[in-house]
Design a protein around this ligand. Structure first.
Ligand SMILES: O=C(O)CCC(=O)C(=O)O
Length: 262
């Protein structure tokens, strides 16, 4: 696995707002991460679950996604979103791969410490899943926008099981800047996609894509018996501060978290 990108790859990323990084997770590493993810959902990972935000894909009783709150919500593979995975040594070690360090250094500057805004499992359980409408990744509670996300397929991601869709090259403009989390109004999404060449990011398990956070993206439900598990890690300048004064866990640079001691 190469640990740097070429100038040509950077040119592609800057023009298109995304770059396929290929298979970053080897087969054995992938198997460990897949098992770990299922263990976390099933409540059998040796983790402090009070630090992990977990959201069910279908809340019993409502059939809708449940609240995104800390703590385990039951032994099931039907979680939609699990965040704070930097507290898991396997995921932290993965997030600190040299290739990702190289990408962060190029985007934020060699000497800039880099933090994680979110380390998130995003799942479309078999025959379930929740549509995610067109949006750009922004969080208005932060004093600046995080710029990049690295999205890793933990299962084959296909059109049928709800792979991520993007509009290449549309990351230079904010489409709905007044929405606190970058979600678009239906008419904005319609205008964006009407004549656009939508790219479906079909990927093999273990493959990664680098996404500019302002690249419009969305995803559909899973119409297959194969889950669509994925890990989405958003990296930002560690100087970023939230409106409530919170700072974030450091991935690269002084004070970086270490997998041996999380
Ligand atoms: O995994 C998905 O379907 C979309 C994830 C997403 O919006 C993100 O990683 O920012």
């Amino acid at each position: 696995m190469k640990e740097t990108l070429t100038d040509e790859q950077w040119r592609q990323y800057e023009a298109q707002g995304y770059l396929r990084l290929g298979k970053v997770l080897g087969d054995e590493e992938l198997a460990v991460i897949q098992r770990r993810m299922d263990d976390i959902m099933l409540g059998r990972a040796p983790l402090d679950y009070s630090r992990i935000a977990m959201q069910l894909d279908r809340e019993p009783g409502t059939g809708k996604p449940g609240p995104q709150t800390k703590g385990h919500k039951g032994a099931t593979l039907s979680y939609r979103k699990i965040q704070d995975l930097e507290y898991d040594p396997n995921f932290l070690a993965y997030m600190q791969k040299p290739l990702f360090r190289h990408i962060c250094a190029r985007v934020y500057g060699e000497a800039t410490p880099v933090a994680c805004y979110r380390a998130m499992f995003m799942n479309k359980p078999a025959r379930e899943g929740t549509p995610l409408i067109w949006h750009q990744d922004r969080w208005r509670n932060l004093d600046r926008d995080p710029l990049i996300t690295i999205w890793t397929a933990l299962d084959p991601a296909t059109i049928e099981n709800g792979c991520v869709q993007i509009v290449p090259g549309a990351h230079h403009t904010l489409i709905n800047p007044s929405n606190p989390s970058g979600f678009m109004e239906p008419e904005q999404a319609e205008e964006l996609t009407r004549d656009a060449e939508i790219v479906f990011l079909e990927m093999e398990a273990g493959e990664c894509v680098l996404l500019h956070n302002h690249l419009p993206h969305s995803s559909e439900v899973n119409n297959t018996d194969i889950p669509r598990r994925a890990f989405s890690a958003c990296y930002m300048d560690a100087a970023t501060v939230a409106a409530n004064g919170d700072r974030f866990n450091i991935m690269f640079g002084a004070g970086a978290m270490q997998p041996e001691v999380v």
